[in-house]
Design a protein around this ligand. Sequence first.
Ligand code: SF4
Ligand code: ZN
Ligand code: ZN
Length: 325
Amino acid sequence: MSKLESIKCSFCEESAITIINYAKLRLCKKHFIEFIQKRVLNTIERYDLIKNNWKVLVAISGGKDSAVMLHILSNLSKQLNFKIIALHINLGIGKYSENAKYNAEKLCNDLSIPLILLDIKNIIGMNLLEIKRKNKRPICSICGLLKRYFINTIAIETKANVVAIGHHMDDLLSYVIKNFILQNINEISKLGPKTETKELFIGRIRPLYEISEKETSLYAFIQNLPRVEESCPYVDESSMEFEIKRFLNNMELRNPNFKIAFARALAKNINFYKKEEEEIKKCIKCGMPTSRDICAFCRLIEKTIGKSINVKNELKEIIEKLKVV
Ligand code: SF4
Ligand code: ZN
Ligand code: ZN
């Protein structure tokens, strides 16, 4: 018998499956699920993430974090009266992307949520690996740029009020510390529970802001959510973020509540990190927001395929097919 099987849940007679040290609770499956769902609801209310009647575009990677986010938002959508559209971007990273797409589709099917499936090869004519071969930039930097551009464009085209991203507390706090070490101070201002919509930059929300990585994994496991188990082959486990995550977990062991206290203090002080607003222009090629004349996406595409492309026309077809606007 494992150590936990002999311990009872704090709320019922069932055996506890986990101990939540910072809340001084031992929880069975049912009460753990309720605890996490309640915590996300509190996060939405505490930081005013979603308003009545909103349309929320939920970006799903096919992995556990965004699967957990979508599952919980789907449960809360009736209670809080908001609509959900999911978006999955197929990057074309071999078997990994095939599995990710399969799981994203299965999850949306199970939850009856409309899904926009965007295959970058259909739009750009190349997958991520082919684009990388033509550029010196690191693959994750290209991937991030493409995802940000497509997510924002889809959010505008679907008239979404906000985009929900599946970053959990450990991801966010490790990015914050990394950016502090590198003195990318303005980046920290984007890592709170939300960013506001500014002209054509649609705001982001992070419903898992106060949920840890361990809690996210356990929730996905208990609910048996469709998810790709392996990480993207380009995740670098020797990177600074992973080292910082280990540090944060050690601190949490010594001082339960450390991470949540850090996350809440950051949310309170988030405006402190904002630098003066840059003038936002419209890209002369695609009309999307940029601080230069041509946006980073159009510059990358022109360099890669030697011409610009009209992404909006391509996307309109995909969206119209779904009839979700
Ligand atoms: Fe993209 Fe993979 Fe890099 Fe993540 S690890 S940014 S999915 S290439
Ligand atoms: Zn219980
Ligand atoms: Zn552009």
